[in-house]
Ligand binder design. Structure first.
Ligand SMILES: Cc1ncc(COP(=O)(O)O)c(C=O)c1O
Length: 410
C-alpha cells in the first residue's frame, strides 16, 4: 500500500486547484446543524429554494417520466430542446442559430468545464474580470491554464475597466479566451451595450474566443436592460452559456446550453470538439430536457412566472441593499440583475485579519453563512445571496451588524 508520503504520485496535479469558496465551510455547517443549530444560509445562489420551479415545468417533467423518457438522450441534447433554445435566442435577441450550434449540458457548470477542456493547453491563459464567478478560475487551472485578471471597478458601479485590462494583455501569453458574466454574479451589475461592444472589440484585437455566461439574462430590474453578446459580437467566434437553473428556477434539473452560432473555422472547430466531448458523458438528463423544452416553449406561462419572480427578487434585494447601506460597517452598490449583494467591509474599523476570518467567525458566532469576497478574487468584501424573504434577510443583516459591533476596533 502506498504511504501518505507519495500521494502526489497517486493524484493528478491538476486536481489540486479545485476549490469552491461557496462550499468551503459546508462541513462546519453540517456539524452545526447536527448539534441542533439553525444556520441562515446566504451562500448558495439557489432560487428553487425560495421560488418553486413553475408547476407547468414540473408537470412536464412528471409527464416525461410517466411516458418512459428515462433513457439516455442524444449526447448533444434532445433536438426538441435545442429547437426551443434556438427559437428563444431568436425571439429575445434576434440571433439566427441552428440546432447544430447548440449543445445541451449538465448545467452551465459542465459547459464551463467542457469549454475549458477543449480550449486550454497547459500554460495557456484565459482572461476574466474580477470579481469573477468562483468556478471560472479552478476550471481553467484544472486544465493547467492561468488566469489573466482585469477588474470591474466598484467606484463606477462595477463597470469593466477595459483600458486597464488592455495594459495587462501581451502578445505571446498564449491567451485563448475572454469570459464575461452578464448580469453579474457577484456584483449584480448589468453591462451597457456600448461596454459589451468594447469587450467584443478587445476579444477581436487579441484573437480571443469570447465566452458570455448569460445565465441571469431575464433577471434584470431597477431600470436595467440586458444585451446578449450575440447582439454586438459580429465576425468573431463566441460562445453563449445559459441554462435552466436561474431563469426557470430549476437548479436541480442540471440543464445548461452552450451556443456557438458562428460559421468561421474557429467556431466550427469548437462545435465539433464540444460534440466529441459530449459523448464522453453520454447525455444530460432526458426527462429534465423535456421539461425545460416545455419551460421555454410555453411562452405565456414562462412570462408570468419569470416576471413574478423577478419583481419579488427586486423587492427583496432593494430592501436588503437599503439595510446594508444603513450599516456603519458595510456598503453595497445597488444591483440591477441576478440576486446577489457584494458589500465592501470597512476593514479599518474591524478587528479581522481578512474576509476569510470574518466569514468563519460570522458562521460560528452568529450562524449566518455568507461567502468571502476573496473567493471571487476581491478581498474585504462579502457575497450575500439575497433570495430569502425580507424578514430572514433583515434578521441576518441585524446579526451581521451585531457581529461587526462586537468586533469593532472602537
Ligand atoms: C455566473 C454563473 N454561471 C454558472 C453557474 C452554474 O449554473 P448551473 O446550475 O447551470 O451549473 C452559476 C451558478 O450560480 C452562476 O452564478
Amino acid at each position: 500500500m502506498r504511504s501518505m508520503m507519495c500521494m502526489d504520485e497517486v493524484l493528478s496535479l491538476r486536481s489540486r486547484y479545485v476549490i469552491s469558496a461557496i462550499h468551503e465551510d459546508d462541513a462546519i455547517v453540517k456539524s452545526m446543524e447536527k448539534s441542533g443549530k439553525t444556520v441562515v444560509k446566504l451562500n448558495l445562489g439557489d432560487p428553487a429554494v425560495y421560488f418553486q420551479t413553475p408547476q407547468y415545468i414540473v408537470n412536464a417533467f412528471t409527464k416525461a417520466l410517466q411516458q418512459g423518457m428515462t433513457h439516455y438522450s442524444d449526447p448533444v441534447g434532445l433536438s426538441r430542446l435545442r429547437h426551443a433554445v434556438s427559437e428563444r435566442q431568436r425571439r429575445l435577441y434576434r440571433l439566427d442559430s441552428d440546432i447544430d450550434d447548440i449543445i445541451i449540458t449538465q448545467g452551465v457548470s459542465e459547459a464551463i468545464m467542457l469549454t475549458n477542456s477543449i480550449l486550454v493547453n497547459p500554460r495557456d491563459s484565459g482572461v476574466l474580470f474580477r470579481p469573477y464567478y468562483p468556478q471560472y478560475l479552478p476550471s481553467l487551472e484544472f486544465c493547467m491554464g492561468k488566469g489573466i485578471l482585469g477588474d470591474y471597478d466598484e467606484e463606477s458601479g462595477w463597470s469593466a475597466d477595459i483600458e486597464g485590462l488592455r495594459k495587462r494583455l501581451r502578445a505571446g501569453k498564449r491567451m485563448k479566451y475572454l469570459i464575461v458574466n452578464n448580469p453579474n454574479n457577484p456584483t449584480g451589475s448589468v453591462m451597457e451595450r456600448s461596454l459589451l461592444r468594447e469587450i467584443a472589440e478587445l476579444a477581436k484585437d487579441y484573437g480571443l474566443v469570447l465566452i458570455s455566461d448569460e445565465i441571469y439574462d431575464e433577471i434584470v430590474y431597477n431600470g436595467a436592460h440586458f444585451t446578449s453578446i450575440s447582439e454586438v459580437a459580429k465576425g468573431i467566434p463566441y460562445i453563449i452559456l445559459n441554462g435552466a437553473s436561474k431563469v426557470f428556477s430549476a437548479t436541480g434539473f442540471r440543464i445548461g446550453f452552450a451556443i456557438v452560432p458562428g460559421s468561421d473555422s474557429v467556431s466550427l472547430s469548437i462545435k465539433s470538439r464540444l460534440r466529441a466531448m459530449s459523448t464522453l458523458r453520454l447525455s444530460a438528463s432526458t426527462p429534465a430536457e423535456y421539461a425545460v423544452a416545455e419551460g421555454i416553449l410555453n411562452e405565456h406561462e414562462h412570462e408570468i412566472s419569470v416576471s413574478r419572480m423577478t419583481t419579488e427578487i427586486a423587492r427583496r434585494i432593494n430592501n436588503a441593499s437599503r439595510l446594508i447601506n444603513e450599516s456603519e460597517y458595510m456598503h453595497t452598490v445597488l444591483p440591477r440583475g441576478a440576486f446577489y449583494l457584494f458589500p465592501k467591509l470597512d476593514m479599518k474599523r474591524l478587528k479581522f485579519e481578512n474576509d476569510r476570518e470574518f466569514e468563519q467567525k460570522l458562521l460560528k458566532e452568529e450562524a449566518v453563512h455568507i461567502t468571502r469576497g476573496s473567493g471571487f478574487g476581491i478581498a474585504d468584501h462579502i457575497r450575500i445571496v439575497a433570495l430569502a424573504p425580507e424578514y430572514v434577510m433583515a434578521s441576518a443583516i441585524d446579526r451581521i451588524n451585531r457581529f461587526c459591533r462586537k468586533h469593532s476596533k472602537r
